[in-house]
Design a protein around this ligand. Structure first.
Ligand SMILES: [Zn+2]
Ligand SMILES: [Zn+2]
Length: 146
């Protein structure tokens, strides 16, 4: 996992935000990284429980809030009721949400990258790009048509 924060760095980042490094925080962050991308709080809770039995969902929520506060975790704005998280160290990508199965997929269209590069060339300083597609994935669309 080259683009994630190492343990010592995690400690430093937490401290600089005024938080202590605890085993709980480390396990929750590592679980988020290992879970792959775009987990919601419940997915993350299931992952964390495997390594830390007895942890509560409330603790997972609180810890995610801490990790967000220090910039290690990003919450994805995926519309109503979909609060997904991913490590903030991930490379640039955009999201597709299937409203039928709830799966979040990522894509990185060359057209968007090209458009952004074009803006930079024309003198724009880019602070952020949001691009989000919502619909039914091919699998769900096929099922609907049966
Ligand atoms: Zn993502
Ligand atoms: Zn789907």
């Amino acid at each position: 996992m080259p683009d994630t924060v190492a343990r010592a760095q995690l400690d430093t980042v937490l401290r600089s935000g005024g938080f202590r490094m605890t085993r709980q925080r480390r396990v929750i962050y590592e679980s988020l990284v290992q879970a792959g991308r775009h987990v919601d709080a419940n997915d993350l809770f299931e992952q964390v429980r495997k390594r830390y039995p007895g942890i509560s969902l409330a603790t997972v929520y609180r810890t995610v809030a801490v990790l967000k506060a220090v910039g290690l975790v990003k919450a994805l704005p995926l519309g109503e009721g979909h609060q997904h998280f991913e490590p903030a160290s991930d490379t640039v990508h955009y999201h597709l949400l299937c409203t039928a199965c709830g799966r979040v997929m990522e894509f990185n269209p060359a057209e968007v990258a090209g458009a952004v590069a074009g803006l930079v060339e024309s003198g724009w300083h880019i602070e952020g790009v949001e691009f989000f597609v919502k619909g039914r994935c091919p699998k769900c669309t096929a099922q609907k048509n049966v």
